[in-house]
Design a protein around this ligand. Structure first.
Ligand SMILES: Cc1ncc(C[n+]2csc(CCOP(=O)(O)OP(=O)(O)O)c2C)c(N)n1
Ligand SMILES: [Mg+2]
Length: 163
């Protein structure tokens, strides 16, 4: 069983459920009984983007930022296996290690909260709202630098008072 989990969800439910996994360790066997793949972006990213694209609001760190927690180390602390990966070139070997661990694994990937989780085709209204949000967003520059600049600029041109 492989679970793909955001860091917010893992903080909310996953971390305490690792104690349940520990409780039933003697019932688990096979090369990869459980892999919990945690995406550590220190952000409630899906909602941050909903607020950008649907309300036109910039990221509000007070509600959207979440602290960096060493999830892989936490797994080790409980006696499970923890694997940490923050390098694109090591993604393959991290998965190989997880898939042959022989015990439950927390596989933690450090990922970038400034990469927009958008489909290739975005609705005009959502584009306009995201552009409006980006003007005041604490991460606006990073997002633009990472690939959104063209789309945001295209939509920002249609906002009142912008040329
Ligand atoms: C119990 C519950 N509370 C709140 C939400 C609303 N919600 C949907 S996605 C999300 C943020 C998830 O953040 P994270 O788990 O870190 O995943 P990311 O989007 O950063 O990959 C929230 C709060 C929900 N779906 N379920
Ligand atoms: Mg997250």
């Amino acid at each position: 069983m492989i679970a793909f989990v955001g860091d917010g969800a893992f903080q909310m439910n996953g971390m305490n459920e690792m104690i349940t996994v520990k409780r039933y360790l003697d019932r688990l066997s096979g090369p990869a009984p459980f892999i919990f793949c945690v995406f550590n972006n220190q952000d409630l990213n899906q909602v941050t983007w909903e607020q950008r694209a649907m309300a036109g609001d910039p990221k509000f760190p007070g509600s959207q930022y979440i602290p960096d927690v060493p999830y892989a180390q936490y797994a080790e602390l409980l006696g499970l296996k923890g694997i940490y990966c923050d390098k694109p070139k090591k993604v393959g070997s991290a998965w190989d290690e997880a898939l042959s661990a022989g015990r439950p694994v927390v596989l933690e990937f450090k990922v970038d909260d400034e990469i927009a989780p958008i489909p290739p085709h975005i609705m005009k209204e959502q584009g306009e709202k995201a552009a409006k949000a980006a003007v005041r967003d604490p991460e606006g520059l990073g997002i633009a630098a990472k690939g959104m600049r063209q789309k945001l600029t295209e939509f920002a041109e249609h906002l009142p008072g912008r040329h």
